[in-house]
Write a protein that binds this ligand. Sequence first.
Ligand code: FEO
Ligand code: CA
Ligand code: CA
Length: 578
Amino acid sequence: MRRDLHRPLPSCPIARFTDDRRRPHCDGYTAQVLIPWGTPLRSDGPVWKQDASNTAAEQAQQVGMHHDGMHYFPIGHGPHGNRRGLLVLNHEYADRILLYADGDAEITPEKVNKALAAHGVTVVEIARGKDGWQRVDSRYNRRITGTTPMRFSGPVSATHPKLQANNPPMGTLNNCSHGVTPWGTYLACEENWNSYFGTQDLSWTPTAEQARYGINREGFGYRWHVADPRFDTAANPNEANRFGWVIEIDPFNPASTPVKRTALGRIKHEGATVTESRGRIVVYTGDDQDGDYIYKFVGKAPWKALKAVGKSPLDHGTLYVARFDDDGTGRWLPLVHGQGPLTKTNGWADQADVLLRTRQAADAVGATRMDRPEWIAVHPRTQDVFATLTNGSGWPGAVNPRKPNPYGHIIHWREDGGDNTATTFRWDVFVLAGDPAYDATVKLDDSDIFGSPDGLWFDGDGRLWIQTDISNSVQNRADRGYDRIGNNQMLAADPATGEIRRFLVGPRGAEITGVITTPDQRTMFVNVQHPGEATNAWGTPTPANPRAVSNWPDFDPAGRPRSATVVVRKTDGGVIGT
Ligand code: FEO
Ligand code: CA
Ligand code: CA
């Protein structure tokens, strides 16, 4: 690759958000905590209660839990947009111990409702004043939760028999990463939605389709189905079909109903990264499961032409799944009813059927199994594509080079002809994550060792920002080769040279996920998700001691850890990363 990074990598070695009240100690940078979980959306809203005694109704008027994918939409033109804008962020899940004053040993309808209110998306206006960035009262401030009314659009319509359930279409869950359209809307993605469904009906067994998506009797142990029949997969089986989609939200229209765009497929969407080629939109999306696939959606026509006739560019196009061949080439395989194996003869009723069972359609066409696809980033000038594979079994094929793959890697590809709508591409491995002390094939050193890359984003200059999500089951453990890497972190990479430098390190128990800057790149927003979560290395929070692992960011002796956005600025007001 040619060198295309115009500005240097960050000179700051580490800004560390520690668990002992020390401020980030990187010379030249400042960090400020913004909109932690529980922040009221309006100044007259319900105040945060540090003992987690806020009700479900109060939580619905506060910033949600577990900040994840995020975008900044500037308000006003030119420099005004660097000081005022809408921050839109996902809330991936809710910690079942820290969310409640008394933990979750007993599950009640109120507790399910509070968890639903802690999920979803926050839209909040923020502005920079003399005290830094602050939330402001705004008509745009809004929560979208697990109970917000939803519309369906695309080949799987709201009237489809498989979408009829015992309650109206509502809610979005497990919103991990995100996307942004060229027409200024936000895409929230549903990832581990299967985890919320379960049943106490011992006669229930999953269909092949349910099993392919991981729906089982226990889910991830949340037991919502015990207190809310909506999540009982035996009594209300079609409710789960309403999840696994990409949701379009118009942040500047607070009265708008979010739309589930079914043409983008039903998987465990990590994110939905949108780029443009020949006027068409191209949406890259990973399915985060060990052994699942990378997809892209290509618009049928230039998006402006579709918008001009009142059509959504997200409803009209072709969904493809990737095959990575060992010779360094790759091919996008169409998931189109009637093409290849996706015929009526083979049991595929129509395109809606293909999309409702996207994973099985991808199985049928022979896509390449991957080590947990996470975020996908497109270089702002070269249009090259990078994707994180966070860790996995080490599936067959050169694209999964380590078998097994406990640390993950980042791959890169260039679509043929530099056209992101192309159906063929060339790929390579950008970096193998890990610690050379445990794996001699790793070409990193102490200044940049990392594991389990997850978040991935290009700034406007072409710096590639990498965020990590090492599982708390292995983080900081010598017996798993993770003791020297430490807590989760964010790094910056030069995509041309492969040079990588650590930028910041998070508190105990947290992952770093979600990053965006203002248009002038002089303010960076970074999310710290699930600080203080149970870890094998540091312990387990309890209702009596929610601070057992971390008490970031408040450090209140009677408080508890909470996810938050961190605002990073340079003390000289310069561009972040220079
Ligand atoms: Fe929600 Fe795959 O990270
Ligand atoms: Ca993620
Ligand atoms: Ca993750």
